[in-house]
Design a protein. Structure first.
Length: 376
């Protein structure tokens, strides 16, 4: 059973406490090297913390979040909150969109609106989708699954949501980052239900042989990226609890942890606020802060590292791969084809790791063109 709902109402006392914590941040000694070289730049962080504690209008963003088309469903004891954007037409193809980390549902809103109501963006109503945006378990506003050993993994929760709760016999799926892994598992586990999947990242085979020169170049780039940028992943995969104490206690630390990724992984040219806007970044951080979700958002990394999450072995449904130039790594088509039935492979002219927010038009157009041939 699903019903419409509001999702957040922060008491004045909690808002006052957040502002007090921000104003009393204990800052580290200034780093002697170039800005951003060793992590989040103190000048940029202090500027955002000052704005967060004084002029940032949480109440307006809270109202905007509550005005979204929220619903909730209980799936095998796990409450799932999700957004439903109804299409311009009743026979539209259903699609489930899944974000990654440190993202939230908020990042997917520009894409969801373009897919559900293409006529509002000068596109054809015939291409409309019925768009479902669930909030990941452990992210704002869906609680984490009750235990690490719970057998119902996120992709199975998504399938139950789409088929059992919403009644969609056949549907499409798109995912980025962690969401690409969930979408891949969904396609692998339920090929009878998926008309196709659309990804901005791909899984790697566990035992690749006969690696081509192009594929080896890609693997070398992954290794370099992991050495330079993968510290967060190692920590979240091995000792997430230790990290969570500081981020759950200090809003400045929480913002710093997230801000570094929005700058490093996006097509922002080093100026993260110009690409995303201060209010968007602070609303993302506020959502994690007020829901206390930062520690549980680390769970997917830990569960995968501990072998509690199903590996992606083979996905035979039609698959589209869209790569954005400022994203983490760029797998060649042949690498993706080792696991997926790739029928569309696109290298985008711009954009980064957060394309649903950075380049919603490019991403919506690619999704539309891919699924146009699979609507029947």
């Amino acid at each position: 059973m699903a019903h419409r709902m509001s999702v957040i109402a922060v008491p004045d006392a909690e808002l006052d406490e957040l502002r007090a914590r921000l104003r009393h941040t204990r800052w580290p000694t200034r780093w002697p090297g170039p800005r951003w070289q060793a992590g989040t730049d103190i000048d940029e962080l202090q500027r955002l913390v000052d704005y967060w504690s004084s002029s940032y209008d949480w109440r307006s963003h809270e109202a905007a979040v509550n005005a979204l088309p929220w619903h909730t469903a209980d799936i095998a004891g796990t409450p799932v909150r999700y957004l439903r954007f109804d299409a311009d037409r009743p026979d539209a193809l259903p699609i489930v969109l899944t974000n990654g980390w440190p993202s939230t549902f908020l990042e997917l809103i520009p894409l969801a609106r373009r897919l559900a109501t293409p006529s509002a963006y000068s596109n054809d109503d015939a291409d409309a989708f019925t768009v479902i945006v669930p909030s990941l378990p452990g992210f704002p506003f869906s609680p984490a699954r009750p235990s690490l050993e719970q057998p119902l993994q996120t992709h199975e929760i998504w399938h139950d949501l789409m088929q059992t709760v919403l009644g969609f016999t056949r549907y499409a799926a798109h995912g980025s980052d962690l969401g690409a892994g969930i979408t891949s598992r969904l396609g692998g586990a339920h090929p009878e239900a998926l008309v196709g999947i659309h990804l901005t990242a791909v899984a790697s085979p566990s035992d690749a042989t006969d690696v081509t020169i192009e594929e080896q170049t890609y693997l070398d780039s992954v290794a370099r990226w992991s050495a330079d940028e993968g510290g967060y992943q190692h920590q979240q995969s091995t000792k997430p609890l230790t990290l969570s104490y500081g981020l759950a206690d200090s809003p400045a630390a929480l913002l710093a942890w997230m801000l570094e990724k929005y700058r490093a992984w996006s097509d922002c040219g080093g100026n993260v606020s110009a690409r995303f806007g201060d209010d968007f970044l602070l609303t993302q951080a506020s959502l994690y802060w007020f829901t206390g979700a930062i520690s549980t958002s680390f769970r997917p990394y830990y569960e995968y590292a501990q072998g509690l999450t199903r590996r992606v072995e083979r996905v035979d449904v039609p698959t589209a791969v869209a790569l954005f130039p400022a994203d983490l790594t760029q797998p060649p088509r042949s690498w993706a084809q080792r696991i997926y039935h790739v029928t569309r492979y696109t290298r985008m002219p711009r954009g980064g790791h957060f394309p649903a927010y950075e380049e919603p038009d490019l991403l919506a157009n690619d999704l539309t063109e891919f699924f146009r041939d699979h609507r029947s």
